[in-house]
Design a protein around this ligand. Structure first.
Ligand code: N01
Length: 539
């Protein structure tokens, strides 16, 4: 591997590659580009590395994929030297890990922090991507890699009267860096997705009163988080190669026990026992209880009914338990993982405001009006999620050949080949872009696979004296159709989730991630390469 190149001065604006975003994708991309001997720069809107884990500092934030799996595998040394303290690491620990990686691989010197990219356009004559930032910087490079994240543009619902609110407003996805106290405060939280379900139990412990405005109840399973002791950590380190190899063969890229049986082929007792075991174990492996949970509505309903029975066991007030109980497909929206979420509604200082079938009527200077009543609050927490998959890319004015805007190309939904590249946008790569498994898998291995693919692709071009690679229209059309076909056979495509863009008013309803599974996706990426970059035009 070639040593990193000399650091460029601030005034230099011409690079071999530009990367947008310094989350886990951008950090590893920079490392690999340097490995090719390329001069690369990263533009990052935040003041530090870590992406999602830099911004989402809300109380209770953790990753619900086990830390030992939600971590890089490209460096055996990194794996061996880093100790995870808990089964599910906190946001703060994951951020420390990202910072450690940045320092360990000396990445920061090529990252421009507090620099948001506003435009990227392809200059066909010079065959360069020309980048502009919000603060007026310009840079150019033959290659541009968007490492902008799948859940990085926050969704702010337009609520009448919002600007008149006199209290404090916080969004889980852009949480302040300084400590936030809820002591003595009446808090209203809007939303009951993963971010809300993690933060509600923690906020409830501190706030005078917490009002939870719930439009749609969500299924959640207990995390059963626990510290990792010295012996467990040593075992993990000794078994990393096997763990990673096994994970690569799993549908989700995460190692857990999948039961190949149908939920409908076993007795009621056996089925219940399987769910009980998974509930006791905790985590997203609950959905691995039976093979057909995401393919057969009747099978799915057995798991849904089990979780509802748990909610009514945990929540004392039957009216509240009923309001917290979802009736739709479990796992259709992303399954939530919690610590004491349902039990929090037994606290006297927590009120569930069930706005199912209605909407928040308006925000007043002093609170929230819903279902005809005003709830006075000092702090409003928006746990209202993200403009997922396409939000961060569409926010940048990206223009390809003939000045065509990516946003226009994607007007009826995202179109990309393998989620990596778009026809009409030569030498532009997207890491975990729409049409790739990304959010339906363990993000870290999915990121690494994309970075390795892009790195090998650029090396291929350079080795052959080629300057350009671009997905063909035909390959892109076929891939978009394949992504839709696979989604059509899965229950996950049926509900109004952020996977289909339903949470953002006006967004076209398209199932964005690829739901064919991680191994199947990787095979297709490898086949494309083995066939001489089939589906791409190289020049
Ligand atoms: O966002 P969400 P999130 N009025 O979109 C509600 C990942 N993640 O930030 O369902 C009232 O899931 C909305 O209601 P509804 C994970 O992939 C991972 O929680 O649309 N309510 C919903 O309840 C996750 O799936 C981790 O009816 C409104 C909520 O806001 C993804 O990020 C932790 C509303 C938004 O839920 C997003 O999770 C956190 C309105 N106008 C996040 N608008 C872990 O790894 C929206 N809502 C643990």
């Amino acid at each position: 591997m070639a040593p990193p190149q000399e650091h460029q001065s601030e005034s230099d604006s011409s690079w071999d590659a530009i990367v947008v975003g310094a989350g886990f994708a951008g950090l590893f991309m920079l490392h690999r580009l340097r490995g090719l001997g390329m001069r690369a720069v990263v533009f990052e809107a935040g003041g530090g590395v870590g992406g999602t884990w830099y911004w989402n500092r809300y109380p209770g934030a953790r990753c619900d994929v086990e830390s030992v799996q939600y971590s890089y595998q490209f460096s055996a040394e990194l794996q061996q030297e880093w100790d995870w303290s808990e089964k599910y690491a906190t946001q703060a620990e994951i951020l420390r890990y990202a910072e450690h990686v940045a320092d360990r691989f000396d990445l920061r010197r090529d990252i421009r922090f507090h620099t948001r990219v506003s435009a990227a356009s392809f200059d066909e004559t010079a065959r360069l991507w020309r980048i502009e930032t919000e603060d007026g910087q310009r840079a150019s490079a033959p290659f541009c890699v968007m490492a902008t994240g799948c859940l990085s543009t926050t969704n702010h619902p337009r609520l009448e009267g919002f600007d008149d609110f006199r209290g404090r407003v916080l969004h889980t996805g852009t949480w302040p860096h300084e400590p936030v106290s809820f002591r003595g405060s009446r808090v209203g939280i809007i939303g009951t997705g993963s971010s809300a379900i993690q933060s509600i139990p923690v906020i409830a412990e501190e706030a005078d009163h917490l009002y939870v405005f719930q439009r749609t109840p969500n299924y959640s399973v207990p995390a059963r988080n626990a510290p990792l002791d010295v012996v467990e950590r040593a075992d993990i380190k000794a078994s990393y190669p096997v763990l990673r190899e096994t994970a690569a063969r799993m549908f989700s890229g995460i190692v857990f026990r999948y039961n190949p049986d149908s939920a409908l082929a076993v007795s009621d007792d056996d089925r219940r026992q399987e769910y009980e075991r998974r509930w006791a174990h905790g985590g997203v492996s609950f959905m691995g209880a039976f093979a057909d949970l995401l393919f057969d509505r009747r099978a799915n309903e057995t798991a849904a009914a089990f979780v509802r029975s748990k909610i009514s066991e945990i929540v004392h007030d039957p009216v509240v338990a009923d309001a917290l109980s979802p009736t739709d497909i479990i796992g259709c929206k992303r399954l939530c993982v919690d610590t004491d979420y349902y039990a929090t509604f037994n606290r006297p200082n927590v009120t569930l405001v069930d706005i199912r079938g209605t909407a928040i009527e308006r925000i007043t200077p002093d609170g929230v009006i819903a279902k005809g009543s005003e709830y006075a609050v000092d702090t409003l927490v928006l746990a209202t999620g993200f403009d997922a998959m396409t939000g961060a890319l569409n926010r940048i004015d990206i223009r390809g050949r003939d000045g065509r805007r990516l946003k226009d190309k994607w007007r009826d939904g995202p179109r990309a080949f393998l989620g990596l590249s778009c026809a009409g946008f030569p030498n532009l790569f997207t890491i975990t872009g729409p049409g790739s498994p990304s959010v339906l898998t363990n993000m870290l291995p999915s990121i690494e696979q994309h970075v390795e693919w892009i790195t090998a692709c650029i090396a291929h071009l350079r080795n052959r004296g080629l300057g350009c690679i671009e997905a063909t229209d035909d390959a892109e059309d076929a891939w978009v159709q394949h992504v839709a076909d696979v989604a059509g056979g899965n229950l996950r495509s049926q509900c109004s989730s952020w996977y289909v863009g339903a949470n953002v008013p006006g967004k076209p309803r398209v199932f964005s991630p690829y739901i064919g599974g991680f191994p199947q996706y990787v095979r297709q990426c490898e086949d494309v390469v083995a066939a001489g970059y089939r589906g791409f035009a190289l020049s």
